[in-house]
Design a binder for this molecule. Sequence first.
Ligand SMILES: [Zn+2]
Length: 274
Amino acid sequence: MRFALVNGERSEAAPKLQGCCLGCSQPMIAKCGTQRVRHWAHRGNRSCDPWWEPETLWHRDWKYQFPSEWQEVVRHDQKGEKHIADVMTENGLVIEFQHSHLPLHEKVAREGFYQSMVWVVDGTRLKGDHPRFLDGRRLFRPTHLNGVFTIADPKGCFPLAWLTCSMPVFFDFGHTGVSTDTSTAKTGVLWCLLPGRVEGCAVVVAVSPVMFMNAAQKRAWIIPVRAVMETVAAALRREREIAEREAWSSIYDRPQYRKRRSRSFRSFRRRSRF
Ligand SMILES: [Zn+2]
């Protein structure tokens, strides 16, 4: 972990410093070697939070963009369960950065525990992840909303394990950091897979890292999921209805139907004794 309590204050690891865990209050060891960034570890390297995972550089790059008091925030639920969120903004949005594979049951548990959260996933974990995305992206269909796309088969774009989340999943396919400072800001796009489907399609939103950071600082959400899903659903419904109407009218305009239509009208007139 980046922080431990030293004399009651959140402090970063430094040689010979004694600290206590933010989550369980047990003594922590300051790890200040040359191999990894300085951090705190429980004795025996076991964490008190089963959801905690060793941090990669990618993880830290992201986390360090946020104010330090938003990082590693201990959360409790009503049953007394306790976990340490990677980041929790002052508006109560939890941001979990995920590099390694996460079993489905843990994903569901974390979403249920934090409730107001988004995932940021390292999209370069497996060699095939980015090429698959580039390939699948060609099938994105733009909508009338800027940067919002639909895709009929998201399996062709994103890792299977992330397709069923109930929270937005932002895939980071390669920029190595974000910053609102324009001199160091990275260009790049985060691709957000929204939860749920509309008319059988998944909805994907392109967000710049700067937009992501600005939203996290100002609001309790990054993307207004419900509003986007409803708008896209209404547009797709309209599109489908128009296509269906056109298909029907093109069938009924065919000569054989025209003839049959007038025949049936004649017989109708006969039967009705006009
Ligand atoms: Zn602990």
